[in-house]
Design a protein around this ligand. Structure first.
Ligand code: PRX
Length: 658
């Protein structure tokens, strides 16, 4: 956390518009009024353990009951539902097989070329069992970490559920990350196997994946990986290494369609998912079995007020937490129909999303503000061509949504009748923390509104004291919750320091802070103001400035690099890099291109700087610290305000300005 960041917390204009829940929606909703919400909220706050204990007993199936709801004796290391044994794959599948849900569609998948696959709960259960047996056949067992580097195909969800079924934690690596980034994650997690595909379709192109796995595993870089399972998707030719690589369709097809789910301890690891922080390499966020299952199950139920006949679609990729929690686990645990789409809107099909809504009669649509802003830019004539009257509820996630985009979403996509749930959460929180409840919470465009029951969220100053109404501060959570991350893989110290020690109130309590600034208005509504640490949010994707800097300085021409975010109308934030070159290297258009592609190779295309500025020197304090505040102002074309007296060499600033 750099100390010069607090100046980004500033009040924003008060939004006056309020949209109450429709009477029709409220009359049918589980949580049907603000009073009901408030009662639940107060109950949870008064007695956290009774609240979550009852919920866990009611909402999940257990092989063995838990004996203790919460152990918080060694904060910040929480243990939830100890003594209990359960399995999330069985909660997502087996429990729906006894009644009519067995033949209900669990998953509708649409590939970018328009191929469609559907699975009922019974079929999905069979596929998952087959895959689980295949994993066992290649020697994967309880506790072995399996990495997934997949396109958006049903096998990605099937593989996750198969891992969970046999107690092998998964580590999904977004298919857009480079071979280098994959390698780092395989090494850090000591993965035993990798599940991948020959490639996937994206924007009318086949994107290779298996070749990146080969590259990541090259030169015996990841000795822990013994097996690679390859799904055939694009039919591109790939090289298969004998004894290491197997085709999914060959290995999985002949397996038995029954595989008893492994009874897992509540606190057994379910998955590791890497995310960027303000320092060092990405952190492996660890989530465990029961708490995460309960959190994704219940939040999904509350936020989308899910009904038996809903067709729900979340546009995220399973490589991110949103895909884990709200394409796979939350929806399936509730017996919902979840849609998965391989593609994205593209020039050849700008109406791809709306076509899918029309075609599959989607009722709930959950996407990112960045997508909404892009649609807004190309105008309503595209969505207006489609019948989207099936929609009843809209959601957003990943970054702050500006009121204009919120209004456009409501009017143009939601036909003015669908409530919007703006859901604030993080990889670390496991599931949604702050969000409207569609039958209860009046919404204000741009506000994530109120914390869910059991979430003791607040906005505080650097001493951990609540700030006044409409004053900016740090967004924190004061009490543990079942879906919280348990640790950083292999680095409990980093977990403690990154999330729980930045703010230490004088009473010694532990409060969770993970990098966002916010303010609370007079109604207690939260307005998220974005990251206040050195993390940038590019189109809803989280990137550490340090990661991009390390990638830049690993290029032989670069001596030093500093990376900052600049507000961007479309992406939320754009990446701006200030670079000084090694002696004798000269700035040129071709070097610029080279640096961008180098970052793409080191991390992935999402991390390529939007702008690179070559500079003779960077603004530093006398102790050698780069003054990012100054660079942020320069990148956004703003006046450099605040104290610049600590600058070692003031002429640097003048030269940068010039
Ligand atoms: O800055 C917040 C932003 O996304 C960050 C979390 O990123 P990640 O772990 O990748 O998870 C993204 C999907 C949950 C947060 O620290 N963020 C997420 N949702 C919102 C948001 N910012 C404002 N409003 C939101 N609804």
């Amino acid at each position: 956390m750099s100390s010069d960041n607090t100046n980004t917390i500033e009040s924003v204009l008060q939004e006056e518009r309020i949209f109450p829940p429709s009477v029709d929606l409220a009359s049918k909703a589980r949580i049907n009024s603000l009073d009901t919400y408030q009662r639940m909220f107060n109950e949870a706050n008064r007695d956290l353990e009774t609240f979550w204990g009852e919920a866990a007993r009611k909402e999940l199936q257990w092989f063995e009951p838990f004996s203790k709801v919460l152990d918080w004796t060694t904060p910040p290391f929480a243990r939830w539902f100890e003594g209990g044994k359960t399995n999330i794959s069985s909660n997502c599948l087996d429990r729906h097989l006894d009644g009519p849900r067995a033949d209900k569609t669990a998953l509708i998948w649409e590939g970018e070329p328009g191929d469609v696959r559907r699975f009922t709960y019974r079929e999905l259960h069979q596929e998952v069992c087959r895959a689980a047996n295949a994993l066992k056949a290649i020697g994967i067992g309880k506790g072995d970490l399996v990495a997934l580097y997949m396109p958006m195909v049903p096998e990605a969800a099937i593989a996750m559920l198969a891992c969970a079924r046999i107690g092998a934690p998964h580590s999904v690596v977004f298919g857009g990350f480079s071979a280098e980034a994959l390698r780092d994650r395989l090494i850090d997690g000591e993965a035993k196997a990798v599940i991948t595909a020959d490639g996937g379709f994206r924007k009318d192109k086949a994107i290779p994946l298996k070749s990146a796995v080969d590259q990541a595993l090259g030169e015996s870089a990841c000795p822990s990986v013994t097996t690679v399972l390859v799904v055939k998707r694009t039919n591109e030719s790939v090289s298969m290494e004998a004894g290491r690589d197997y085709w999914w369709h060959e290995l999985v097809a002949n397996q038995n369609t029954d595989c008893v789910a492994e009874p897992m301890d509540s606190e057994d690891r379910l998955f590791v998912l890497y995310t960027s922080g303000s320092t060092g390499k990405p952190k492996g966020v660890v989530h465990t079995t029961a708490g995460y299952n309960l959190w994704t199950h219940l939040t999904f139920q509350w936020i989308f007020d899910i009904r038996e006949d809903d067709v729900y679609w979340c546009t995220a990729d399973v490589g991110w937490i949103t895909g884990h929690s709200y394409i796979v686990y939350g929806p399936l645990s509730n017996g919902a129909t979840t849609v998965m789409y391989e593609g994205a809107p593209r020039p050849s099909n700008p109406g791809a999303f709306w076509e899918l809504i029309q075609k599959h009669g989607i009722t709930i649509f959950y996407t990112a503000p960045t997508a909404i802003r892009a649609f807004m830019k190309s105008g309503r004539s595209v969505p207006d061509n489609y019948d989207m009257t099936s929609l009843r509820l809209l959601g957003t996630v990943g970054e702050p949504i500006n009121p204009e985009a919120w209004m456009w979403y409501r009017e143009v996509i939601g036909g003015g009748r669908c409530p919007i749930v703006d859901t604030w959460w993080q990889t670390e929180t496991g599931g949604v923390m702050i969000s409207p409840l569609p039958g209860a919470t009046p919404t204000k465009p741009g506000s994530a509104t109120l914390p869910l029951p059991g979430v003791d969220a607040d906005v505080v100053d650097s001493e951990g004291n609540s700030v006044s109404v409409d004053e900016g501060g740090y967004l924190v959570v004061r009490k543990p919750w079942p879906g919280m991350m348990r640790t950083v893989h292999g680095n409990p110290k980093r977990f403690r320091e990154s999330y729980w020690e930045f703010l230490r109130p004088s009473d010694g309590s532990f409060i969770y802070f993970a990098g966002d600034g916010a303010r609370k208005d007079v109604d207690g509504y939260f307005w998220i103001m974005g990251r206040v640490d050195d993390v940038i949010n590019v189109s809803g994707h989280r990137l550490g400035t340090m990661e991009v800097e390390s990638a830049l300085v690993s290029h032989p021409a670069v001596s030093e690099a500093a990376v900052v975010g600049r507000p961007d109308d479309l992406k939320g934030e754009a990446i701006v890099a200030f670079v000084t070159l090694e002696n004798k290297r000269v700035a040129s258009e071709s070097l610029l291109k080279d640096l961008r592609s180098h970052v793409g190779q080191e991390i992935g295309p999402i991390a390529r700087p939007d702008e690179i500025r070559f500079s003779e020197a960077l603004p530093k304090t006398r102790s050698g610290k780069i003054m990012r505040r100054i660079l942020r102002a320069l990148a956004s074309g703003e006046e450099v305000s605040g104290d610049t007296s600590t600058l070692e060499d003031r002429s640097v600033l003048d030269r940068l300005r010039a």
